[in-house]
Design a protein around this ligand. Structure first.
Ligand code: KG4
Ligand code: ZN
Length: 352
């Protein structure tokens, strides 16, 4: 079964073809970063207009790369939420119309479910087991993006328990805002991370918020203030900027790792998967690999290009739901806010 996936929830147009037999056939992402950079953040109306410009050319490009034509496609999955409503409507409108004209089902996918399942797509054994109808071993998912920071207990596909989430800024948002206040251009997250690589560990020390009390929630907005004060009172040299970046990254990474360990304890699961843009962070990957090794647990990350927003994760989640017989009626449905725990379960046999 070949599924076309379309992602337009924010500032990236992502298109992919996922084949349940062969895995990912082709995928392309067009980032609008340059368009929004001069405003220092995403401008929703500009995002929608750019998705209008880019979605069809990217579909043509992706199909050509996969060596397929529209008539080879068995279903079209699109991000129906959460996200910017205008941006979502572009992808949903294109997907729904194309599905209607090709007489194939359209599948509305939850963006965070896409992120959450992306690490399974990259594991050939897991993929094969899922498509053969076998449920994955339950796992803890750490979803860390620009809009979300959540720990989710995954009891099965579509069976999600929110274990903890941020009470204020998302981890990626904290990276972006911290980068901005030290003068790095938008979106600063990856640049701050690169700068942190040159910083000296321990030159500055920031707190690990909410780790001194029990619980799985996060709070990152106070860290921003700590950085602001440290930066304001410093010599503002390149070396200092790198040292502060390092201390900030260490604080976020330690905090995420402490809560991941607690979530594994709380659920009794021995598998952790990490996804969302901040999942591309190398120090986070290193730290969680160490944590897993110490505990005899397993940690999985999708490759960095599948951590940030992309069409492949949407095609994959859509394929699993379509295999379970779930798809949409003829309406164009989007949901800017959407609680993942309300998703229907996908019934699969228990793992052996
Ligand atoms: O998942 P994503 O592409 O979009 C959302 O759904 O939000 O995540 C984007 C976020 C941005 O905040 C970006 O700064 C952050 O992920 N990010 C990183 C890194 N790469 C992307 N943060 C820290 N280190 C990175 N290497
Ligand atoms: Zn995302």
């Amino acid at each position: 079964m070949k599924i076309l996936g379309i992602e337009t929830s924010c500032d990236e147009t992502g298109v992919a073809v996922y084949d349940t037999a062969d895995g990912l056939r082709a995928h392309a992402v067009y980032s609008q970063i340059a368009l929004h950079a001069q405003y220092g953040g995403v401008v929703p109306e500009l995002a929608s207009r750019d998705h209008v410009r880019k979605t069809l050319p990217l579909i043509r490009q992706t199909l050509a790369e996969a060596g397929l034509s529209t008539t080879d496609i068995d279903g079209i999955a699109y991000t129906a939420g959460p996200g910017l409503v205008g941006a979502l409507l572009v992808g949903a409108g294109v997907a729904r119309s194309l599905a209607w004209s090709l007489d194939v089902p359209a599948i509305a996918v939850h963006h965070m479910e896409g992120h959450l399942l992306a690490p399974l797509m990259d594991d050939a054994e897991q993929r094969a087991a899922l498509h053969a109808g076998r449920a994955p071993e339950p796992f803890v998912a750490l979803l860390v993006s620009g809009g979300h920071t959540q720990l989710v207990g995954v009891d099965g596909i579509g069976r999600y328990r929110l274990l903890g989430e941020t009470l204020d800024d998302a981890a990626g948002e904290a990276f972006d805002k911290t980068a901005k206040l030290m003068g790095l251009p938008y979106p600063g997250g990856p640049q701050l991370a690169a700068l942190a690589g040159q910083g000296r560990p321990g030159a500055f020390k920031f707190s690990r918020p909410m780790t001194d009390r029990p619980g799985l929630d996060f709070s990152f907005s106070g860290l921003k203030t700590q950085v602001l004060l440290a930066w304001r009172d410093s010599d503002q040299s390149e070396t200092t900027r790198a040292d502060i970046a390092r201390a900030f990254e260490d604080a976020v990474v330690d905090t995420l790792a402490i809560k991941c360990a607690r979530a594994l304890d709380a659920t009794g699961f021995r598998r952790l998967v990490v996804s969302g843009g901040v999942g591309a962070n190398l120090r986070l990957r290193e730290k969680l690999h160490e944590l897993a090794a110490r505990r005899g647990a397993i940690v999985g990350f999708p490759p960095p290009v599948l951590c940030t927003d992309n069409g492949a994760m949407i095609a994959f989640a859509g394929a699993l739901r379509l295999q379970a017989g779930q798809h949409e009626d003829l309406g164009v449905h989007v949901a800017p806010r959407w609680d993942m725990s309300t998703l229907p379960a996908v019934k699969l046999a228990a793992t052996a």
